[in-house]
Design a protein. Structure first.
Length: 243
């Protein structure tokens, strides 16, 4: 199989922009798991010029975007802006009682910001991206690491019926996605289909370290192989020796 759309949308090397502009943090309308109205902050970054630019929504990791953030979303954002992508980073934790993230929070409340719920935030960010005049609404990708990688898997899972959560949004959803070190463990999760084979709505690339002891690579390898056997556009890159 070939996975050109993933590479073209998110990873290919193109001319660097002269400098980047970062818009002020605003808020977007999303919903709770029960469908109630909710709002969360979102930051927008763009290259110089009017566009329209392809865009990437970045789902932050378990450390969130507060004082204890890993800083990874901002680093990825700035790199991709230099490569002429507009960037949107929604904050799924800050206004929901988890300003310091959930990496070591074992409380039952962390289900309030589970990857399944955060998928709603990802699609709210996609809808917002499509209102921006400098974004090419047909070329919006999604990426995230760790908790954000699992959010990416949940967001890209193809609906099996019109009654599935976000079914309508997913039918006109993201053009491609990259999940960095997501949890692919076989325990029941929001990103698993009824068949047990992961079926994405668009090309998906998984990037993961061979020796990662938080989110092991082997389950992601099995997920990818099963998806590929079913003819679905999933690819994986395992970095040898990386933790």
């Amino acid at each position: 199989m070939r996975y050109g759309p993933v590479i073209v949308l998110v990873l290919f090397t193109c001319a660097f922009a002269a400098c980047a502009g970062t818009g002020p943090t605003s808020s977007i309308a999303t919903t709770t798991a029960s469908g109630a109205a909710d709002r969360i902050p979102i930051a927008v970054m763009k290259p110089d010029g009017p566009g329209p630019f392809p865009a990437v929504v970045i789902a932050h990791d378990c450390s969130g975007l507060g004082m204890r953030s890993s800083g990874a979303p901002d680093r990825w954002g700035r790199e991709l802006v230099r490569r002429s992508y507009a960037i949107l980073i929604p904050d799924s934790f800050g206004t929901r009682g988890f300003p310091d993230g959930v990496c070591t929070d074992a409380s039952p409340r962390r289900t309030d910001v589970s990857p399944a719920r955060r998928a709603r935030d990802a699609y709210a960010a996609l809808a917002h991206a499509r209102t921006l005049p400098f974004v090419d609404g047909k070329r919006v990708g999604l990426m995230g690491g760790s908790h954000g990688g699992s959010t990416t898997l949940a967001s890209m899972l193809a609906p099996e019926s019109d009654t599935d959560p976000l079914a309508r949004d997913k039918r006109v959803g993201f053009a491609a996605a990259v999940a960095l070190y997501p949890s692919c463990a076989p325990a029941p999760r929001a990103w698993q289909s009824a068949s047990g084979v992961y079926h994405p709505i668009a090309p998906l690339l998984i990037l993961i370290g061979e020796k990662d002891d938080w989110t092991p690579a082997e389950p992601c390898q099995r997920l990818t192989e099963a998806s590929q056997r079913a003819g679905y556009p999933v690819a994986i890159k395992i970095y040898p020796g990386a933790r």
